[in-house]
Design a protein around this ligand. Structure first.
Ligand code: AMP
Length: 357
């Protein structure tokens, strides 16, 4: 990308969920308009954006029209079909992050292989296309392990923990091919690093986030993470390698397991803003959402300094029904995503609490 987009330019976002909504709010603050492209009518992001296309991600005519109306296209989810990104580029759109970054993050096997090529440790893993692959992988990786779908898994969906070969075969029958078998990591804690890279190659990092998941879904993020400075340096170093190898523009997140010997083991990356970075709205000088918009618009990155100790709690399913109590708590910054229906396991909002030292 050559020059900085001036205010009043239109930024296109693929996806209409809460990440798109918070990106859109941040873009508006910098004087941009946002145009959302989503296949979901009445989406959380559409309701705070200047314009929305509701169409299939395979609708070439709608994508070409969208591409003509926006100065740059970014995304709030990694599972953008490869064909969608190609259609947008063919129609002349600038797409950031680039399609290679999206492709790597879409496939758990490719993602872990990519980490390994950069010298970033992962759990032991094997691609599973057949029961013979599964039997061989169990023999080398050994149980306990986790069988996951290679593609389209999120928030703990598309994965089954297994303790025996029989359980592994049952899990494979349920999930189907292509899969990935991963050794189970008895980690001490989970952390994530949120990093950003600008069009001129500057890189910025937020402080390491410590995350607790329940049923595969993020439930709580706290800062500072209870790790030593060296662990934080290694996480930053890994993120820098990933950003540079992909010639990445925008915010990127990597989730790690911290092992009892302090080793960092990469679980996955998200080529986008991330739930574990929601605290940055109130807790950092520049939010991850503003940072992403700055990067894809070719603007300089903002300062990432954290201003307080943090606790961020996700409001999942019926948790958001408690909004009157949360709204009355002066310590709680309440965010609700405007989703119409609170299905169980659905992220409905979050609360950030700042403890100033
Ligand atoms: P994922 O969808 O891969 O991010 O997994 C969701 C959550 O499941 C992670 O945040 C971990 O808590 C747990 N998990 C996933 N993979 C592993 C693994 N190989 N070993 C231990 N726990 C895991």
């Amino acid at each position: 990308m050559s020059s900085a987009l001036p205010p009043n330019s239109t930024i296109g976002i693929l996806g209409g969920g809460q990440l798109g909504r918070m990106l859109s709010i941040a873009a508006a603050q910098l004087g941009f308009d946002v145009c959302i492209f989503t296949d979901e009518p009445d989406s959380p992001a559409a309701r705070v954006s200047a314009k929305t296309f509701v169409a299939s991600y395979h609708d070439r005519a709608a994508l070409a029209d969208f591409a003509r109306r926006v100065a740059v296209v970014t995304t709030e989810f990694e599972n953008v079909p490869a064909e969608t990104a190609e259609t947008l580029i063919d129609a002349g759109a600038r797409v950031a992050p680039n399609p290679k970054a999206l492709a790597v993050a879409q496939d758990r096997f490719d993602e872990k292989s990519f980490f390994n090529t950069l010298g970033i440790a992962t759990p032991p893993f094997a691609s599973i296309a057949s029961q013979a692959d599964l039997d061989a992988a169990i023999a080398t990786i050994s149980a306990p392990a986790i069988l996951k779908t290679r593609r389209l898994g999120y928030d703990g969906r598309g994965q089954i923990r297994i303790k025996t070969l029989d359980e592994a075969r049952g899990a494979f029958a349920k999930l189907g091919a292509p899969g990935i078998l991963e050794g189970f990591c008895a980690f001490e804690r989970e952390v994530s690093i949120i990093a950003a890279r600008s069009t001129n190659g500057d890189v910025a990092f937020y402080d390491l986030c410590e995350n607790v998941h329940a049923g595969g879904i993020l439930s709580r993020t706290t800062l500072p993470a209870q790790v030593n400075a060296d662990t934080e340096t290694r996480a930053r170093d890994a993120a820098r390698r990933v950003l540079e190898a992909l010639n990445y523009i925008g915010v990127l997140t990597i989730e790690f397991f911290v092992m009892p010997n302090a080793a960092l083991v990469a679980n996955e990356m998200a080529p986008r803003v991330h739930n574990s970075g929601h605290w940055t709205i109130e807790g950092a000088l520049t939010s991850q959402f503003e940072q992403h918009i700055r990067a894809v618009a070719g603007w300089p990155l903002g300062p990432t300094t954290r201003i307080a100790d943090i606790e961020m709690l996700n409001l999942i399913g019926g948790d958001a029904d408690d909004w009157p109590t949360l709204a009355a708590d002066p310590a709680a910054h309440l965010h609700l995503y405007g989703k119409r229906d609170a299905r169980s396991g659905r992220k409905m909002g979050h609360v950030t609490k700042l403890v100033r030292p």
